[in-house]
Design a protein around this ligand. Structure first.
Ligand code: AMP
Length: 288
């Protein structure tokens, strides 16, 4: 497995790979890798014949210095996991390499995310998705992937990146991987490492609320979104440690909020478990 840290090395390597006809599939990550990331690597390997992963904790998408500082960093373990998963190349740039103008938010030329950034995490984390599309755009220029794989766990991010690719005309096919969960249902997330044992136990109320709401919609035919959302809020309020940031039901494509589940819809939750903010979502179907 090749590990490259500079953009100029990447340019030479990518040019050689393209010249030899390789189909490049790409998984961008912020490290602290878990099985969710590795599932995307597996998907990437099915879609191309040369797999590339990146590890870069992108300062531009964090809303506070504290959150950035405490984001878990486990590079040596990550590289071992990617090697074991059969990744061909890892791009591991420094902050100075990616943002030569320096500074956390002072990233000079940047891209504004499109309509999908409105609401949900875009409302409570201003600037977050601008930071995401800026770094993904830079990574696409550097890696020039044919295919890029993103996880549906970060559902709004998937929609925002879909708009980026369309509106910036990137010749990249986007592939989305399903959410990988722990045995008790909690979506795997790098942030789970920040939970205490007691918080980790309480956190499972988030997927429990999602799954129960999905059953309420599918099996009992409840399609009024206010009722489903109140049901979810009620479930989450059973834990004194959980404070919902938002509970929303949106059109799965446009992310416009819905009054009735009358089409493919997404139930999305962001919630603090004490100080750790977790997100999760599930598909609700109109057909029932
Ligand atoms: P991150 O390192 O958190 O920026 O995530 C890198 C990629 O992994 C993103 O496309 C995420 O959506 C995806 N990802 C994170 N957690 C999961 C999970 N539990 N299942 C599937 N994909 C995930």
């Amino acid at each position: 497995m090749l590990v490259l840290e500079t953009i100029s090395e990447m340019h030479s390597q990518v040019a050689a790979l393209k010249a030899s006809g390789k189909v490049l599939s790409f998984v961008p990550t912020m490290g602290a890798l878990h099985q969710g990331h590795l599932s995307l690597v597996e998907i990437a390997k099915l879609h191309g014949n040369y797999s590339i992963a990146s590890i870069f904790v992108n300062p531009a998408q964090f809303n506070s210095k504290e959150d950035l500082a405490r984001y878990p960093r486990t590079v040596d373990r990550d590289l071992s996991a990617l090697r074991a998963a059969g990744v061909d190349l890892v791009f591991l740039p420094s902050e100075a390499e990616m943002y030569p103008a320096g500074g956390t938010k002072d990233y000079g030329v940047y891209i504004l995310a499109g309509r999908a950034k409105e609401g949900l995490c875009g409302a409570t984390r201003p600037g977050h998705f601008d930071g995401v599309v800026t770094v993904v755009s830079m990574l696409f220029h550097i890696v020039q992937p044919d295919i890029a794989v993103f996880g549906l766990k970060d559902y709004q991010q998937c929609r925002v990146i879909s708009e980026l690719v369309k509106q910036q005309h990137f010749p990249v096919e986007l592939v989305y991987g399903p959410t990988v969960r722990d045995e008790d249902g909690l979506a795997l997330s790098s942030r789970n490492q920040l939970l205490s044992v007691a918080e980790r136990i309480e956190a499972r109320k988030i997927p429990e609320a999602l799954f129960a709401a999905e059953r309420l919609c599918r099996e009992e035919g409840e399609h009024a979104t206010e009722k489903i959302k109140n049901f979810v809020r009620g479930k989450l309020s059973e834990s004194a440690m959980i404070r919902p940031d938002y509970v929303e039901i949106c059109d799965s494509e446009t992310l416009a909020p819905l009054l009735i589940v009358d089409r493919e819809a997404q139930l999305l939750i962001a919630a603090f478990v004490n100080n750790v903010r977790l997100i999760d979502n599930i598909r609700l179907s109109a057909a029932s």
